[in-house]
Design a protein around this ligand. Sequence first.
Ligand SMILES: Cc1ncc(COP(=O)(O)O)c(C=O)c1O
Length: 326
Amino acid sequence: MMKDVYNHIVETIGNTPLVRLNKITKDFPCEVYAKVEYFNPGNSIKDRIALQLIEDAEKSGRLKPGDTIVECTSGNTGMGLALVAIAKGYKCVFTLADKMSREKVDILRAMGAEVHVCPTDVEPDDPRSYYSVAARIAKERNGWNPDQYNNLSNRQAHYLSTGPEIWRQTEGRITHYIASTGTGGTLVGTGMYLKEQNPEVQIIGIDPAGSILKHWFDTHEVKPELARVYAVEGMGEDFIPDNYDRNFIDHMETIDDKESLLMCRRLAKEEGLFCGSSAGAAVQGLVQLKNRFKPTDVVVVILHDHGSRYIGKIYNDDWMKEKGFL
Ligand SMILES: Cc1ncc(COP(=O)(O)O)c(C=O)c1O
């Protein structure tokens, strides 16, 4: 029997490594580990939800061979869906906001998907928004819209895979779980599993200034008028997706663009971890929270995706200077 051999690339989704942070956390009293999600075949955590969304839709009969999948995505979910679609024979159409990296659009096209780039600075219900364009195309082509925001298969993927992996890898010692949050799947799905094992585990979401999630969590108010554009990608929202459940969140921490992007550069140079902006944001949030931790704590922070998708931005001095981040 051959060992560690797979029948298809999608079988390699999940079981990512947990890697200790050393330099950035050298003043911390406790151990801190990063769950390095760019080890997934699509280079992001979103491969996990792509598989769950598609397989749940197949089970329910909503998705049949040859169907078209239509989704609005910041790129990573699209990459995961494209990978799984190749394995299972579906067509993919994606809509993205125009603030997203050029690389993300090119990568999706390379994976055989049709991509529509839509304006960032319009309301979600504006017909030009990437939400509205995805809904319109899904209707026109009788396509299936996985709706990662409100489809609970999203958080279920993390309940079934990310959570158990972290619990097993830390041998149940985890005390704090930290993740940048957008649809809420990574934060809440993993949080549900971890709190089921030990209700004391603290579930901490990282939210960019300009998103309305922290305000909602702290005050119970949904205030879309507070939303403004920010530079970190894939996280923060201007509405509250159904994947959120306040019962599984203990704290939301706000981070700023500049510190988060500079933290990405530190992660690369000091830890050898070449990541996207939401990973820099998560680690920036972790550093802001340093005083909460005690020596017996075991902290796990999610690094959602790989830096290769941000070479023209975070890792480009001209772009960083032009935006005032350097
Ligand atoms: C790079 C990146 N970071 C963070 C997130 C947020 O994860 P979630 O949507 O599970 O809350 C996403 C989701 O699109 C992402 O693509």
